[in-house]
Design a protein around this ligand. Structure first.
Ligand SMILES: [Zn+2]
Length: 363
């Protein structure tokens, strides 16, 4: 049984996610990413011919291209992720953890440790195809499920070869807390664990804190899930965040990111914790905002551990630059397993790489 992989987008930079897996005469699209930078065009969906699309989670670079897809194309996602679909878009449920047949292909899902309702995807074809979506081992709230073995591993390498622990990140953020801060965050992702941490810090240091309604609603949604879909022992901490009233004129504000800019918050500094658009990079360079990462993606040693655990012979680092230094770093780590071509095919016995579509890194 042969498997053809076609990474339409997301290879060579932090771009929208879109991967086609073709096998058994069927083509499945994994994720339908939209532009990370407002206004950028989406080109990967041009001339697309697939039988179904599976969405890993609800962040814009994984779901934002759904509007470009034919309305009748079967779309699979978890119920929580479906809330982010365009209005009236039909969808079919993916399990949060389990197995489903899609177009005759057995798809296994598991918790990806990254966001509310987010899953990784495993296709039981040839020696297995694993797609992490965005994934993290370090979430305090979202578990990461160990996937089945897979010969092909399409992995979240958003952080490149960065390898600082979450503990180190949190320590660095805590050094800023004695000034008025706004944290604009993705409301279904790190927002939830940052809400727990900030609530504890506010209590410990006597700081005022406000958490916006969308983040509170998502925490309530997480609490309403079966407890096997949360890290053990987190219920009380979530409940105490939900029970804590917001302070008025709070020094610390955790808000759903809506492209907040410094001018909107004259009494606070913005502290970003994730991906920065070029505009925000310029603000950081000018000293107008702060930045310190809060880990929500696989760091390098965790990516390696996952590749080893899968037993993958082909590892594709997605959502990261693959030029010069980064490329040689990945080569050092992954050796012959490193795969940086957007089109390739494998079967149970041998592997062939297409000579078409030689890879050029978009910058
Ligand atoms: Zn994400």
């Amino acid at each position: 049984m042969s498997v053809h992989i076609n990474v339409l987008s997301g290879l060579g930079d932090k771009g929208p996610a879109a991967v086609v897996v073709e096998t058994q005469g069927k083509r499945l699209l994994l994720d339908a990413g939209g532009a990370l930078h407002p206004g950028d065009p989406i080109t990967w969906a041009n001339d697309l011919d697939v039988d179904a699309v599976l969405i890993s989670h609800d962040h814009i670079d994984h779901i934002g291209g759904v509007a470009q897809l034919p309305a009748e194309l079967p779309l699979y996602c978890t119920p929580l992720v479906a809330k982010a679909l365009p209005k009236n878009r039909q969808w079919r449920p993916l399990p949060e953890r389990g197995t489903i047949e899609v177009e005759g292909i057995t798809v296994t899902t598991g918790q990806a440790g990254h966001s509310l309702g987010g899953v990784w995807l495993h296709l039981a074809v040839a020696e297995g195809v694993f797609y992490s979506g965005d994934a993290c081992f370090e979430s305090r709230l979202f578990p990461f499920d160990t996937p089945p073995p897979a010969g092909i591993a399409l992995l979240d390498a958003s952080y490149g070869v960065y390898d600082q622990s979450q503990q180190g990140c949190i320590h660095a953020i805590s050094e800023h807390l004695m000034q008025p801060l706004v944290f604009p965050v993705p409301a279904t992702g790190r927002a939830l664990e940052m809400a727990l941490w900030l609530t504890e810090e506010a209590k410990a240091w006597g700081l005022t804190l406000a958490i916006d309604a969308v983040i509170r609603a998502n925490l309530a949604a997480l609490l309403a899930l079966p407890d096997t879909l949360r890290r053990p022992g987190t219920e009380a901490a979530i409940a105490s965040v939900l029970a804590r009233p917001d302070d008025t004129n709070a020094a610390l504000m955790l808000v759903s990111d809506r492209d907040d800019a410094p001018a909107q918050w004259p009494d606070h500094r913005l502290l970003h914790t994730g991906y920065l658009t070029p505009e925000r990079c310029a603000q950081l360079a000018a000293g107008d905002v702060l930045w310190q990462r809060w880990n929500v993606h696989l760091r390098a040693s965790h990516l390696m551990a996952l590749a080893d655990q899968l037993g993958a012979s082909h590892v594709v680092p997605l959502f990261t630059h693959l030029t010069d230094q980064p490329l040689s770093e990945w080569r050092k780590r992954l050796g012959k397993r490193l795969c940086t071509t957007p089109h390739f095919s494998t079967d149970a016995r041998s592997t062939t790489f297409s000579t078409l579509g030689s890879f050029a890194c978009p910058q």
